[in-house]
Structure formats: C-alpha cells, structure tokens
Design a protein around this ligand. Sequence first.
Ligand SMILES: Nc1ncnc2c1ncn2[C@@H]1O[C@H](COP(=O)(O)OP(=O)(O)OP(=O)(O)O)[C@@H](O)[C@H]1O
Length: 357
Amino acid sequence: MSTPRLEIKNIVKSFGGRRVVDDLSLSVMPGKVTCLLGPSGCGKSSTLRIIAGVEMQDSGTIHVDGALVCDTVFRVPPEARSIGLMFQDFALFPHLSVGENVAFGLRGDKGARERVKELLQKVGMSRYIDDYPHQLSGGEQQRVALARALAPRPRMMLMDEPFSGLDDRLRDDIRDETLEVLKGEGTAVLLVTHEPGEAMRMADEIALMRDGKIVQQGAPYNIYNTPVDLKAAAFFSDINVIKGKVEGALTDTPFGQFLAPGVPNGTEVDIVIRPQHLKIDFDRAGRGPNPTAVDGTPARGVVERARFIGASSLITFRMDYDGSFLQASVPSVFLPKPGTPLWIMIRRDRCFVFPRR
Ligand SMILES: Nc1ncnc2c1ncn2[C@@H]1O[C@H](COP(=O)(O)OP(=O)(O)OP(=O)(O)O)[C@@H](O)[C@H]1O
C-alpha cells in the first residue's frame, strides 16, 4: 500500500462552541481526485482551509507524503506546504499578463519560461500569453488560474467550488478539461463541491459529508448504488419512499414482501427506490402483470401528470393503496394521459431498505 499524498486524522474544529468539523479523517492517494461532497454549511470549506493552513484545527493531524505538516503544536506555514489552491473567487493579478500570472509562483526558477509555455498549451491558452485578465472571458480566466496553480508542481491541489461562477455548458467543458490537465500532471486533488453531478463527473473517490462528519466514502458508482442511509440516497437524486414494518426479517407492503435481514421485529423501515428504477406496466382490464421474485407484486396507480424533460420523461402516480404519490422516470418520450391506470413494480435489486430514523 503506497503512502497517501494527504492524510488527515481526527480533525476537530469548533466555532462558537459548535463543532463544524467533527472528528474527520480522510486520505487522498497520489494522482487521484477525491471530492468532498455535502450540503451547504456541512463544513467542507472549513476542512479545506485547515488543510491549506489558513485555519487552525482544534485537534487532529495532517500529513503530506507521510510527513507531519500540522498538529496542535507543530505547523508548517501555508506557503511551505506545496499545496496549490483554486477557490471560487480565484483572482488573477490584473496588472500582470497571462504569462506573468502563470509565472508568478515560479519566482524566476530555471526553466520557468518553458513551464509557463507548457502549461498554457495544456490549458489551451498559449495565444493569450501577452493578454491581460480583463481581456479574457470567465472560462479563459479559469484556465489561466488552473495553469497558475499548477505551475510550481504542487504536491496536491485543493479546489473549493472552482467552477461555480461559470454558466452550465461552459462549466461541463471546463470540468472535463481541468480533469484532463490534472490527470496529465498526476496531481492529487481534493475538490469541494455541493453538487453531486460535479462530484460524479470529477471524482475517483467521493467522501460524502454531513454535519462535519464523513458519512460514506467510495467510488462514485458505489456511493450512488449502495447509499449508507436515506439521506445519502436522496442527496444524489429524487427518491420514492415506501413505508413498512419488519416481522421475521420481512416487510409486507402493497408491492409484496421485502427482505430486511438482521432488522429486529417491529422496526419501521423505509424502502427507497430511485424514479428510474420503478417498473411500469399496462393495465389489463383491472389486472396488472403477474408477481415475480425479482420485481415483487404490482400495485396500481393513476397518472397524475407526465412531463417530458429532455432525455427522459417524468411521470407522477397517485397510488390506489393510500393515495400517496410515486415518481417514475423513463428514458425518452412516454407521456400517458392524466387518469390513466398503470401498474408499478419495485425492482428488488435496485431498492434499499433502511430502518427509519
Ligand atoms: N470563521 C468562522 N467563524 C464562525 N463560523 C464559521 C467560520 N467559518 C465557518 N463557519 C461556520 O461553519 C459552518 C460550516 O462552514 P463551511 O464554510 O465549512 O461549510 P461548507 O460545507 O463549505 O458550506 P458552503 O458550501 O456553504 O461554503 C457554517 O455554519 C459556517 O457559518
């Protein structure tokens, strides 16, 4: 097992008696992009500021490449941590040209000129080398800021919502380009975002954060497909929740029985399924399809509304069994009329059963 590029252990930080970072441990491996993902106010930026050295933790340690960078006694100053920073309000120096901005952190090092050229080429900004920041668009400034941060070959990059100032289409392009440049440089990255889509797109590993703690960590595929609880599932998409109560490791619902292994009798559970995993079938003179082991028993619902939203259609059902609403999403165009009865099944391999909190 190689040494993590960054390893933070048991970091605690309180403001005014409130624990904003609560015993947080995390490591980032060389060449990997880890996303710290969580809702606004969960402590992501505070964690990043502590790693950068601009904020001091109350307790806990930070190591870079196995060497202690900071504990509560010893502290390497921010500028000596070999950490590149890219924050939301990245400001280029207005009085310096693009080339001079990128060269800024190199302080006239040997080979600085070549390094500036190499990086500007990587970010597609070579021909702007003599321009000034005010002559550039937001996306172009962002590219220069990336080149500037990478110029001194930092051991790792900390990025805090770096793309949030850009409009949607441009943002997707810049994210992809940035990722390519970072991967090309082999830099380890810790990126803070509150957008699941951004984390899924950028990350090798996602650390899902809530109330100052990491609640789940893993590859995007695993985080999405095996959420640790209902909130973790709901952070990535709309969800449907079907309520049940466990008896003998099983839960009876209008959709048939669900396994709830290891859950004590009498426990109330939430069965969670994403809209794209509901199965829809047609009404056959008041009857639905036959029950199966994989999909359980069908339950009837009536279309409340259906909307086409681009790559898919969203259908809301009012369920016969209790009048509650379920939402299904299907690829392409499927727009049944309001009032149409249809049958819904719940794929057992795609639902999650969580004890209710
Ligand atoms: N210097 C400070 N003094 C007092 N409270 C602070 C300070 N810095 C952060 N906080 C509080 O700590 C909490 C976490 O803030 P932080 O910026 O780390 O969260 P975040 O997850 O990055 O959220 P956002 O995405 O909105 O920036 C917030 O409630 C914030 O008000």
